[in-house]
Design a protein. Structure first.
Length: 219
């Protein structure tokens, strides 16, 4: 089977906290509605509407989400750096002729802006994916490894039959990620290429063992 590795975006590939906080501040200034941007960026992962519902009446959430996404390119993209080890991790997948897919809860066009700005080349971007929809995307694209910073990422990976790789570059610790089903928890993506090398070797070993078993049965 070809190697397909999926990555979450926010706090896995990109430290988008500074940029997202800037968008919340711009939206707050524009609407004269107080938004605690510093608190909001500690809750990244779930859909945007969940955070906006803390600050706006229900009827205003959808239009405010549209406005947030419109403000996003000019406030968030340049302010959000790549996290350590991102380029090396993508290269490690490429070195094994693998495919890289970003599966994120973020609006896909804005996710692509981050990747383009940072010159991160991936094969596909799936946006607005969270919980069950993230699992669906993993299954549809044949993802064998999924990397994320949130417990929900680990649960999605388990449900999608992928190896669940947690990174602690977000707001969740090793215990949180392990409890959610992580097969391995890394400090950040700098440790991912070595893990992928070991994982690929273990797959080759299992495949070789399976072939030997088949040959023995044939004799």
């Amino acid at each position: 089977m070809p190697l397909v590795v999926g990555f979450d975006l926010d706090l896995t590939l990109v430290d988008s906290r500074p940029g997202i906080a800037a968008v919340y501040r711009a939206l707050s200034a524009e609407t004269s509605v107080f938004i605690d941007a510093d608190a909001a960026v500690t809750r990244l992962g779930p859909p945007l509407d969940e955070e906006l519902a803390r600050w706006f009446p229900e009827a205003h959430v959808a239009p405010m989400a549209d406005r947030f996404r419109a403000l996003y390119p000019s406030h968030a993209v340049a302010a959000s750096p790549a996290l350590p080890g991102v380029r090396e991790s993508i290269s490690a997948v490429r070195a094994r002729s693998g495919r890289v897919i970003v599966i994120t809860g973020k609006y896909a066009p804005n996710a692509r802006l981050h990747l383009n700005h940072l010159d991160l080349v991936v094969d596909e971007v799936v946006g607005w994916a969270w919980a069950e929809t993230k699992t669906t995307a993993l299954l549809e694209h044949g993802v064998g490894v999924y990397v994320g910073d949130h417990p929900a990422d680990m649960r999605a990976a388990v449900a999608g039959g992928a190896a669940a790789v947690g990174v602690t570059t977000g707001d969740w610790g090793p215990d949180d990620l392990t409890s959610a089903g992580a097969d391995i928890v890394l400090a950040d993506l700098r440790d991912f290429p070595a893990w992928l090398n070991d994982y690929a070797a273990s797959l080759r070993g299992r495949h070789a063992g399976s072939r030997l078993g088949t040959s023995a049965e044939g004799r």
